[in-house]
Write a protein that binds this ligand. Structure first.
Ligand SMILES: *[C@@H]1O[C@H](CO)[C@@H](O)[C@H](O)[C@H]1NC(C)=O
Ligand SMILES: *[C@@H]1O[C@H](CO)[C@@H](O)[C@H](O)[C@H]1NC(C)=O
Ligand SMILES: *[C@@H]1O[C@H](CO)[C@@H](O)[C@H](O)[C@H]1NC(C)=O
Ligand SMILES: *[C@@H]1O[C@H](CO)[C@@H](O)[C@H](O)[C@H]1NC(C)=O
Ligand SMILES: *[C@@H]1O[C@H](CO)[C@@H](O)[C@H](O)[C@H]1NC(C)=O
Length: 471
C-alpha cells in the first residue's frame, strides 16, 4: 500500500466504503437480540449464561448495567452488546463532562474493541417514574446522552449508538395508531430534545412494547389472535386506511405517528423489550406457555424476515428487536407475570422450544401445552400464605399487613371470630386476604415477597369469614 498511485488508494477507498457500509449494515441487521436480566436467586453463572446465549445463536445481548464480569466474558465473541447507564447515575453524568468521561472510560472503553459494545442505553424507562424526585431525572436524560456522545466523540468512537429505552406509557393516545401522541407532560420538554438527539446521531428510538398488556387489560375488547399474530382478523385505521394484522404493529405505528407529529418522521425504531409471560397469577389471563411460545416465535419470524416486513407506516424497515427475557427472574416483585417472562427457567432449562434465528418452520416445533387461562377468571379470590413459606418471614409479613389499612386484622384479636386456630400460617392467610381485599384496586399484589399466593378455594371456616376479591 505504501507504493502510492491511483490503484491502491482507490482500492483502499473501496475497502473502507465497503467496510463502513458493512459495519452499518451490521448495526441494523435483522437478527434477534435477547435481554439478559439477572434478578434471580438461582440463575446460571455469567459464564454459563454467555455459553447459553451463544448456543441460542443470538446476535445481540442487552444488559441492565455494565457488569464487568459479563463484559469480559463477552470479549472475543461475535455478540453485539447493549449496556445500560443506571437511572441513579444519570443526573451526575448530565452535570459534568468529566464524570461522563470517567463512566465511559470505566464501562465502555476498557472493553473495546474485544467486547463489541454497540449500544449505550441511558436509564431504564425513566419517563415512567413520576415522583417529583424522579422527574428531575427526566430533564437530565438528554443532557446525559449528549455528554456520553461527547465522551465517545473525543475518543473517535463512531460505532456505538446512544439511546434511552422507554415504556409505552410515554404515549397518551395509541389508538387508532394515526392518532398516536406523546404525554403532554413530557412531549415538548423531554421527547422533542430526545428526538432531536436521536435524529442528529442517527440512533434509534428504543421502545419497550408488550401487546400482552393492552390485551390482558381488556381481553374482551382486544383480540388475542391479533396480539399473538394469528391471521384471523384485521384492524383498519379509519384515518390512514392502513390495515393492521397484529397488535404489535399498531403499537409501533402509534409511536411512529407520535414522532411524526413532533416533526421527526424518520427516527428509526428499535424494540428494546418485547415478550409474553409464560405463567402468572389467577387474575392474570393469557399468561401461559402456549401464548408465550406463540408470541415469541412469531415475533422472531416477523423481525428476521428477509426482505424486512416493517409496519404499515414503515413498510420494509428493519426493526432491531430484543426479546424479554432470557430467564424467569424470581426476585422481581409485582404480579406473578413479572417473574415469568423467561425463555428459560431460573435454572437455565428451556420452558419451551424457540429458534431465535427465525429459520425453523412452525411445523418443525413439537406440540405445546393447551392454554387454559385465556378467558379471564370470574369469581372470588383469596390471598393466602404460600405453601412452604418460612414461618419467621410470615410472622413479619403478618405484622406488616395488619399495620396497613383500616381494621385489617381486627378479626384476629383474642377471642374474635378468626383468632383460632392460633397459628402464624392461619393468621397470615387471613391478614393477606384482608389486606389484598382492601388494596387490590389500588394496585396491591398478592405476593408479599413470595410468601403469599392467590387461591380460588375459600379458606373461611366456622364463624370466620375471609375477605375476598371479586373479579
Ligand atoms: C447455531 O449456529 C450453528 C453454527 O452456525 C449451527 O450449527 C446451529 O444449528 C445453530 N443453532 C440453531 C438453534 O439455529
Ligand atoms: C466535575 O467532576 C470532576 C471530577 O469529579 C471535578 O473535579 C470537577 O470539579 C467537576 N466540575 C464541575 C464544574 O463541577
Ligand atoms: C433529521 O435528520 C435529517 C438527516 O440528518 C435532517 O435532514 C433533518 O433536518 C433532521 N430533522 C430535524 C427535525 O431536525
Ligand atoms: C387481513 O389483511 C391482510 C393484508 O391486507 C389480508 O391478506 C387478509 O386477507 C386480511 N384478513 C382478514 C381476515 O380480513
Ligand atoms: C374505617 O372503617 C370504619 C368502619 O367501617 C369507618 O367508619 C371509618 O371511616 C374508616 N376509616 C378510614 C380512615 O377509612
Amino acid at each position: 500500500m505504501a507504493g502510492g498511485g491511483g490503484g491502491p488508494v482507490l482500492l483502499l477507498f473501496y475497502f473502507f466504503s465497503f467496510y463502513l457500509a458493512f459495519s452499518n449494515a451490521l448495526i441494523i441487521s435483522s437478527e434477534i437480540g435477547i435481554n439478559y436480566g439477572r434478578l434471580g436467586s438461582n440463575l446460571p453463572s455469567a459464564f454459563q449464561s454467555i455459553q447459553i446465549i451463544q448456543s441460542m445463536n443470538v446476535s445481540r445481548v442487552k444488559l441492565y448495567d455494565a457488569n464487568p464480569e459479563i463484559l469480559k466474558l463477552l470479549s472475543g465473541t461475535k455478540i453485539h452488546v447493549a449496556i445500560m447507564v443506571p437511572n441513579h447515575a444519570i443526573i451526575s453524568i448530565a452535570s459534568n463532562q468529566s464524570i461522563a468521561n470517567k463512566w465511559v472510560q470505566d464501562n465502555v472503553l476498557q472493553y473495546l474493541p474485544d467486547t463489541k459494545i454497540r449500544f449505550i442505553l441511558v436509564g431504564n424507562e425513566v419517563l415512567s417514574y413520576v415522583s417529583e424526585q424522579e422527574k428531575i431525572i427526566w430533564h437530565n436524560l438528554v443532557p446525559a446522552m449528549r455528554r456520553i456522545k461527547n465522551s465517545l466523540k473525543a475518543k473517535k468512537i463512531q460505532n456505538i449508538k446512544i439511546g434511552a429505552p422507554l415504556a409505552m406509557d410515554i404515549l397518551e393516545i395509541t389508538l387508532p395508531p394515526s392518532k398516536g401522541s406523546f404525554r403532554c407532560d413530557i412531549s415538548s420538554t423531554v421527547i422533542v430534545p430526545l428526538l432531536k438527539f436521536l435524529n442528529g446521531t442517527k440512533s434509534f428510538f428504543f421502545i419497550d412494547v408488550y401487546p400482552y398488556f393492552p390485551w390482558s387489560a381488556n381481553p374482551s375488547i382486544t383480540s388475542l389472535d391479533m396480539a399473538l399474530f394469528k391471521p384471523n382478523q384485521n384492524y383498519t385505521d379509519p384515518y390512514t386506511g392502513f390495515v393492521y394484522t397484529n397488535l404489535l404493529d399498531q403499537m409501533l405505528d402509534s409511536v411512529i405517528f407520535a414522532m411524526t407529529k413532533l416533526g421527526f418522521p424518520d427516527v428509526r425504531l428499535s424494540i428494546s423489550e418485547t415478550g409474553w409471560p409464560n405463567a402468572g397469577d389467577i387474575d392474570q389471563p393469557g399468561a401461559n406457555i402456549y401464548n408465550a411460545a406463540t408470541y415469541n416465535r412469531n415475533v422472531v419470524k416477523r423481525m428476521t424476515a428477509k426482505p424486512a416486513i416493517g409496519t404499515p407506516a414503515r413498510p420494509g424497515e428493519v426493526i432491531p428487536t430484543f426479546i424479554f427475557s432470557l430467564y424467569d427472574e424470581n426476585q422481581k416483585g409485582g404480579p406473578g407475570t413479572e417473574r415469568h417472562w423467561g425463555l428459560l427457567n431460573g435454572n437455565g432449562a428451556p420452558i419451551y422450544d424457540i429458534d431465535l434465528t427465525g429459520n425453523r418452520l412452525e411445523t418443525e416445533y413439537g406440540p405445546l401445552p393447551n392454554p387454559n387461562n385465556n378467558k379471564p377468571y370470574k369469581g372470588k379470590l383469596w390471598c393466602v400464605a404460600a405453601r412452604g413459606a418460612d414461618l419467621m418471614d410470615l410472622a413479619r409479613a403478618l405484622r406488616y399487613a395488619c399495620s396497613q389499612g383500616n381494621g385489617t386484622c381486627d378479626a384476629l384479636g383474642i377471642g374474635k371470630e378468626c383468632y383460632e386456630p392460633v397459628s402464624v400460617l392461619w393468621h397470615a392467610s387471613y391478614a393477606f386476604s384482608s389486606y389484598w381485599a382492601q388494596f387490590r384496586s389500588q394496585g396491591a399484589d398478592c405476593y408479599f415477597n413470595g410468601l403469599a399466593e392467590q387461591t380460588t378455594t375459600n379458606p373461611s371456616h366456622g364463624s370466620c369469614t375471609f375477605p375476598s376479591v371479586t373479579i
